[in-house]
Structure formats: structure tokens, C-alpha cells
Design a protein around this ligand. Structure first.
Ligand SMILES: [Fe+2]
Length: 272
């Protein structure tokens, strides 16, 4: 299973690089991902025309399953209304071939700060634990959950990052996909990969860090692990989700590649 994660394309007059966007689309189509996740900042000012332009590029990515969440730039100038009209709900769940993707809106109107909010915690937990022993669990949101190096003074991190991290780890999240900082990075937090994407095709880069996106390859362990999965189901029924998570986990392997938008790629993390 291949998941492509792109972020911060920032269509708009000032920073968007259309030729690079063409390259990125071509490379993604060559990869043939089964799921594409876009973690926000599709636009620069949240304007309708920018959303339409962003849609026209995202539409050309040949993949039937796409999860798109808004970023802080998309929440400017009531862009959240444009987002909903063009891309649907700001928070959403999608399940495809054993993978659950929970897209979470971390934006607030006309503010750059990220915030998930207590009112969404119960929904997120339900999404992640309904079928929690089997599926590979992905949570996608725009703002970063953990500080990212080479990004200067910390700001705009989720105001409730601690509570969200605790929630996602308790629910056995395998992979967290974020954007916002325009610097790619991977944190391994107790086995959960917290992955930041760079900007895919804008000039808003930091230092000499080139535009990039992420490719995540995940594979289910061999048939021999069915016993462990079954044990996870049973333990979960009897002893609660924590026990089930521990018993049923580790059945997925994962490779994370940093895909440089101008060409080239690098394996940056592997979980066997
Ligand atoms: Fe952002």
C-alpha cells in the first residue's frame, strides 16, 4: 500500500511554482499511490479562485482515494466555507483496504495557531478505535504536533498538542501526517511515526531545504501474524483497548521516503 502525503502547495500569485507542481503531479502518478493525503495550505489567502486552482491540480493526481484537510491559510477570509464547498467536510474519516485515515481540521478562522479542541476528541477516539486491532491508523492534520528542527522560534504548534498526542498514542495511531512548517521531518514517538511534510511546490522554503513530499509504503506482516492479530482482538474484547493494542500491534511494516519535488528521493525511516 502506497500513501502519498503532500502539503502546503500555497496556490496564489506570490509563492506557487506551477512548473514544479507539474513535476510533482507527474511523479505522484508514476508512484501510483492508493491513498493521497493533502495536509492543508492549499491556498495563500483562502480565496475562492485559489481553491479552484488548487482543486484543478489535485484533481489531476490519479488516485481515487484522497483526503484533504485545511490549513491556517485556507481559514483566512472565510476560506473555510470555500473549502467545504470544494473539498467537503473539514474533518473526515476514510477507510480503504485496511487503512483508516482520520483527517482533522486544526484551523481557526483568521488565526495561524493550530487547535484541535476537546469537542473533537471523542469523535477522533471513536474513529480510531472502532476497528482498532486490524487497521493501519493514520491521522492527518495541518499543524505540527511536535516541534520541527530548523524552523526557528516555535509558534503555531497545536495549542492542545499534549492532549492530542496522548489521545493519538492511546488509540494506537501508527502514523501522524502534518505540514505547516515547510520542513520535512520524522519523529518516532513510542513507535508512532509523526511525519512533517515540506512544501510540495512553493517557494516558501526554509534555508536550503528543498521542496518535497512524502511517500509512505506500508505492508501487512505475513500470514504467520494472523495469530497475533486474533490475540489482539480477543485481548481487546476482554481487557480493553490498551491490551488489545499491545497484543495486536506490530503487524504493519512501514517505510517513509522523502521525495524531492525537483527529483530524487531518500529513505528516511523504516519500521520492520
Ligand atoms: Fe500553515
Amino acid at each position: 500500500m502506497k500513501i502519498v502525503h503532500i502539503s502546503d502547495i500555497h496556490t496564489g500569485k506570490s509563492h506557487f511554482l506551477p512548473e514544479l507542481a507539474e513535476k510533482v503531479i507527474k511523479r505522484i502518478n508514476e508512484v501510483k499511490p492508493e491513498i493521497v493525503v493533502v495536509t492543508g495550505d492549499l491556498t495563500n489567502e483562502g480565496s475562492y479562485s485559489e481553491f479552484v486552482r488548487a482543486k484543478s491540480y489535485i484533481e489531476r493526481i490519479e488516485c481515487e482515494v484522497k483526503v484533504v484537510v485545511p490549513g491556517n491559510h485556507d481559514a483566512r477570509n472565510v476560506g473555510d466555507l470555500c473549502f467545504e464547498e470544494i473539498f467537503g467536510a473539514r474533518s473526515k474519516i476514510l477507510q480503504h483496504k485496511g487503512v483508516t485515515v482520520v483527517g482533522v481540521d486544526s484551523t481557526q478562522p483568521d488565526l495561524d495557531e493550530g487547535h484541535v479542541g476537546r469537542e473533537k476528541y471523542e469523535w477522533i477516539e471513536r474513529c480510531l478505535t472502532t476497528d482498532w486491532t486490524d487497521s493501519f491508523k493514520v491521522v492527518a492534520l495541518h499543524h505540527h504536533l511536535i516541534s520541527v528542527p530548523k524552523t526557528g522560534r516555535e509558534r503555531n504548534i497545536l495549542t492542545d498538542a499534549g492532549d492530542v498526542l496522548e489521545l493519538l498514542l492511546r488509540c494506537g495511531t501508527d502514523l501522524v501526517l502534518c505540514g505547516h512548517k515547510h520542513v520535512p521531518w520524522v519523529w518516532n514517538l513510542n513507535g508512532t511515526a509523526v511525519v512533517n511534510a515540506g512544501t510540495a511546490c512553493s517557494s516558501k522554503v526554509k534555508w536550503n531545504i528543498p521542496p518535497s513530499f512524502n511517500l509512505i509504503e506500508i505492508c501487512e506482516a505475513g500470514e504467520g501474524d494472523e495469530g497475533r492479530r486474533e490475540a489482539g482482538r480477543e485481548a481487546g474484547k476482554e481487557a480493553g483497548k490498551e491490551a488489545g493494542r499491545e497484543a495486536g500491534k506490530e503487524e504493519w511494516g512501514m517505510k517513509i521516503f522523502r521525495m524531492y519535488s525537483k527529483g530524487g528521493q531518500e529513505l528516511v525511516w523504516e519500521k520492520k
